[in-house]
Ligand binder design. Structure first.
Ligand SMILES: Cc1cc2nc3c(=O)[nH]c(=O)nc-3n(C[C@H](O)[C@H](O)[C@H](O)COP(=O)(O)OP(=O)(O)OC[C@H]3O[C@@H](n4cnc5c(N)ncnc54)[C@H](O)[C@@H]3O)c2cc1C
Length: 375
């Protein structure tokens, strides 16, 4: 792996940095509130107008056809500029790669441009009360009707569903098939007749999270992603993206590590010095790991089970960055909303995108070839 950036890469980064420096808003309210969600949608719209919202997508859908390395450089510039969290991330980073692989031309043309412009913001509606880690246990179902399907059941823990426009989720279309079989991947409207979205307050009390109840919700055939009955395979390509490359770019952790070093410079507490160093090294290691992944993918490799290694690493890194900052701040941490909010979010890292216990099992069985754990 050659880490030297060529002139084209350096020019791309400089252009991104210049635009972000000029346009990044000072501060937006939290995207887990109605007001903050609207403000973040506006910001996404500005990004889209300047073609920065989906840099790696084809031009026809609003992108710049940036390769993975350029995408990483964009992400570094984005977080270095202190730009807002991406309210469109479920669509852009999870659904879109799945649409590129499994969607039809008609679906890509209809769904990608409004996603790039944040006119349609997506929620992921996978988890159910009895199907989190054990996703194959889902019970929500769909039955065929004239021209489409009727969806019924309950989804839960859906980030941003309280304010989003549409959702993607798995439903059981063959009631006789067991587990991973007989599932279909559907796209549905969160404001369609028969959908009830009930917000769930998180630790900080904000209501962006939600559970979603569906009662005979009509979805046309055109909104089935992949083939009916093939939903599990389609979903697995979404989840490799969630754990692996796209959702947690190293830029975010590098920016947090720099903030942590600045914090240490302010109070120079010798007790925590080594922890600051370790957390900073962790952020750099994750960057190198991601560059290695980018190289592997560029040479035709796939994300696969290796994405579980990345997921374990970034979720624990995020915790160590924030816990070190809170310990440095001491009692003052109660007054610092940025580090405190970041820490509350980091606490969820080992849970969402598949819990870390499950990722360790994947690493043990699929990468290390250790004996299967009892089922
Ligand atoms: C902040 C946040 C955002 C989320 N956003 C979304 C979203 O947008 N869309 C969505 O669909 N879901 C979302 N989720 C849900 C998330 O995917 C689930 O919480 C997660 O998959 C775990 O499922 P569960 O909560 O049902 O816990 P359970 O599966 O009941 O697990 C409970 C505990 O048991 C452990 N465990 C379970 N099975 C095993 C096993 N076989 N071996 C070892 N340990 C095991 C787990 O690791 C965990 O520690 C979100 C969750 C959080 C916290």
């Amino acid at each position: 792996m050659d880490l030297t950036l060529d002139a084209e890469a350096r020019a791309f980064r400089a252009e991104a940095t210049e635009w972000l420096t000029e346009h990044t808003p000072a501060r937006l309210p939290s995207l887990d509130t109605a007001e903050g969600f609207a403000a973040h949608r506006e910001w996404e719209h500005s990004l889209a107008q300047a073609r920065w919202s989906v840099v790696s997508w084809p031009r026809e859908f609003g992108g710049r056809e940036a390769n993975l390395l350029h995408w990483l450089l964009f992400e570094e510039a984005y977080y270095a500029a202190g730009a807002p969290a991406r309210v469109s991330q479920n669509g852009i980073f999870l659904l879109a790669p799945t649409l590129f692989t499994h969607g039809t031309d008609e679906q890509r043309e209809r769904l990608l441009p409004p996603m790039a412009r944040a006119e349609q913001i997506w929620a992921q509606a996978w988890s159910e009360p009895e199907a989190g880690s054990d996703l194959a246990a889902i019970r929500s179902r769909a039955r065929q009707t004239s021209g489409g399907w009727l969806l019924s059941g309950q989804k839960t823990w859906s980030s941003r569903a309280a304010f989003a426009d549409r959702a993607f989720g798995l439903f059981r279309t063959d009631p006789d098939a067991q587990r991973h079989r007989g599932l279909t991947y559907f796209l549905f409207d969160l404001r369609a007749p028969g959908v009830t979205v009930r917000p769930i307050a998180q630790l900080d009390g904000e209501p962006g999270f939600a559970e979603v109840f569906l009662d005979e919700v009509f979805v046309p055939d055109a909104d089935v992603l992949g083939q009916p009955g093939d939903g599990w395979r389609v979903a697995m390509s979404t989840s490799a993206n969630e754990r692996g490359l796209s959702l947690r770019s190293p830029g975010r952790f590098q920016a947090t590590a720099r903030k942590l070093v600045n914090l240490w410079q302010q109070n120079k507490n010798p007790v925590h010095r080594d922890r600051v160093v370790d957390a900073w090294i962790g952020a750099q290691s994750y960057r190198l790991h991601t560059l290695a992944t980018v190289t592997r993918l560029s040479e035709g490799g796939e994300l696969g089970a290796e994405s579980s290694v990345g997921k374990l690493f970034w979720s624990e890194l995020d915790l160590s960055l924030h816990e070190t900052a809170l310990d440095l701040l001491g009692a003052e941490a109660e007054l610092d909303s940025d580090w405190l909010r970041g820490w509350l979010f980091a606490l969820a890292g080992p849970i969402y995108a598949g819990t870390n216990e499950i990722q360790r099992t994947v690493v043990a069985e699929r990468l290390l070839g250790l004996p299967r754990s009892p089922r």
